[in-house]
Ligand binder design. Structure first.
Ligand code: GLP
Length: 234
């Protein structure tokens, strides 16, 4: 594939490398950053928080939010972004889907936001089943923002953040694959052995809706930053 792959020693080095690329994009006029949650971008956000860069002229648009969680819920992606980035580095405007929003209204509102602020650089993690955002295997590549039913694998992977598996929301608002592909540049990170198979399938497998991240093979400006463990099946 034509994706640019960078292998780092670990996630700390990966976060530093990602930060360099974010800085470079901002210096070449990126005004809208697409942001991701999960443990993967934490090292990048740490670098951003520690930097002298001012983000207050930039727009941020997050990929997804759990359906049914209020913004102030400890496990909401609103709270995650507040804690990991925005409390130290406020943006001019930050958009995240409203987990309590009416399904149809929220989907429309979010698609309009993405249309109004085309994403210059989209940050992505990847699920162990190769989902991106919350686009699970089987999601149409043509989807824009929608409500996604989470798979058992994803609920299982995310239950570590909740008191029990029953507390993990079963649905999420997510940008679609089509929304993600509309970004000018994409920067995907993956760290750890548990991501090795998804990384392999994304880079080298057939392009199929069963492997959501495989569609990135068709985008012409994707950089993938992985650590040695995530690269172990390449
Ligand atoms: C979550 C998020 C994704 C994230 C992925 C991996 O379900 N919706 O945006 O990339 O799963 O999470 P982690 O980075 O914690 O491994």
């Amino acid at each position: 594939s034509k994706m640019n792959v960078i292998i780092t020693k670990d996630k700390v080095e990966g976060g530093k490398k990602a930060f360099e690329l974010v800085e470079k994009a901002i210096h070449s006029d990126a005004a809208v950053l697409g942001l991701a949650t999960g443990s993967t971008p934490e090292t990048l956000y740490k670098e951003m928080r520690a930097s002298n860069t001012d983000y207050s002229n930039l727009i941020s648009i997050n990929l997804d939010e759990y359906k049914g969680l209020p913004a102030d819920h400890p496990q909401s992606y609103h709270t995650f972004m507040q804690e990991n980035l925005f409390k130290d580095k406020p943006f001019k405007k930050s958009f995240i889907p409203d987990g309590l929003g009416d399904e149809d209204e929220e989907v429309k509102r979010y698609n309009k936001i993405i249309e109004e602020y085309p994403i210059d650089l989209q940050i992505l993690g990847i699920g162990t089943n190769a989902h991106i955002g919350f686009n699970e295997p089987g999601t149409s590549f043509l989807q824009e923002t929608h409500v996604e039913k989470l798979t058992e694998a994803t609920i299982n992977a995310n239950k570590r953040y909740f008191e029990s598996e029953e507390d993990v929301p079963k649905y999420a608002f997510s940008m679609g694959i089509k929304s993600i592909l509309s970004a000018k540049k994409i920067l995907l990170m993956a760290f750890g052995e548990s991501k090795a198979e998804a990384v392999h399938d994304m880079l080298n497998g057939p392009i199929t809706e069963q492997v959501p991240a495989s569609i990135l093979q068709t985008h012409d400006d994707v950089t993938v930053i992985i650590d040695e463990a995530a690269a172990s099946k390449l």
